[in-house]
Design a protein around this ligand. Structure first.
Ligand code: ZN
Ligand code: ZN
Length: 309
């Protein structure tokens, strides 16, 4: 097949896929409250089984002290998961429409773009969300499980939700795996026994744990390298292009792993390595469009940030 025909077919296929995805936007918007409720319900059911079935076997093997210790751990993890989920859902991610248009125009540099849909300047790392129908500051992605976009003001809640889901799922697996042999060897077909409920919790927890390993691992990488999900892909292709041209490409928003981590969670001071994961109601610092950046040679900075907007 001639090369020009190949690329035309590829472009048409891409446009068809983009068009089909756009048509799904209203359906995603309508369904996402159910996804968010389902996520919270599954976590609550897991906790219910823990307190009604698993703690009984803890009492038999470890006594009252064991029950108190495991109750405290489970309640803390449940609280952290629901806290971060709730605040991630109800915290607006930050949009250029909430900012003063004149201030944005004054701050515009050669790296900024103009969003024709919002009719406003689009700062670096901001992207137009077709579901929310606005430009989201430091947009990571639109998440149906949160019924919200993930951006500058709620990304830390999203990350901590993944983190506590991962810890909670690992803890659930640890507490329920001993029930697996009981159920496998049992000839009873009862669906109500404590061991069977614990076995179902084990299956749910190990599935969530494996999924969270991949998702949390990806977001740990993104935080350490100072990128969002959308920008990570555009940065990857920009790096590939500049490598082929024999140049070095630098992400100007990558301040180094420790500084990136501290800035993402607003965790500073001597105990930042501990306080980053604690629940907090403090509003995220910064505004999502005036960001710290490292000094790089202009042509190198431009090659990445131009692709990132
Ligand atoms: Zn826009
Ligand atoms: Zn969105």
């Amino acid at each position: 097949m001639p090369h020009y025909l190949d690329s035309t077919l590829c472009t048409l296929a891409c446009e068809f896929v983009a068009c089909s995805i756009k048509k799904l936007d209203p359906i995603i918007k309508a369904c996402e409250p159910f996804y968010a409720a389902l996520a919270a319900t599954l976590v609550t059911l897991d906790a219910y089984v823990f307190f009604t079935a698993v703690l009984k076997s803890v009492r038999r093997s470890q006594g009252l002290l064991g029950v108190l210790v495991h109750s405290a751990i489970a309640l803390w993890l449940l609280f952290c998961v629901l806290w971060n989920h709730t605040w991630c859902i109800f915290t607006p991610p930050g949009s250029t429409l909430q900012e003063d248009s004149q201030r944005l125009q004054t701050a515009m540099t050669f790296e900024w773009r103009w969003c024709r849909k919002c009719n406003r300047p689009k700062p670096p790392l901001a992207h137009h969300c077709s579901i929310c129908k606005r430009c989201i500051l430091k947009m990571d992605h639109h998440c149906p499980w949160m019924a919200n976009c993930i951006g500058h003001y709620n990304y830390h809640y999203f990350f901590l939700y993944l983190f506590y889901m991962w810890v909670g799922a690992a803890y659930s697996v640890f507490m329920t795996y001993s029930h697996v042999p009981n159920v496998m060897q049992s000839r009873s077909s009862s669906w109500e026994g404590p061991s069977f409920l614990a076995f179902l919790t084990f299956l749910l927890a190990i599935s969530v744990f494996l999924a969270m390993c991949g998702l949390l691992g990806w977001h740990v990488f993104l935080v350490l390298t100072g990128q969002g999900t959308i920008d990570a892909f555009s940065n990857y292709y920009a790096e590939k292009d500049t490598c082929q041209a024999g140049e070095v490409c630098t992400n100007p928003y990558n301040l180094g792993p420790v500084k990136n981590w501290q800035d993402t969670f607003d965790a500073h001071g001597r105990l930042w390595w501990l306080t980053w994961a604690l629940p907090s109601l403090q509003k995220k610092r910064g505004n999502g469009w005036q960001m710290s950046r490292i000094r790089v040679r202009p042509q190198r900075a431009a090659s990445l940030s131009e692709r990132a907007v």
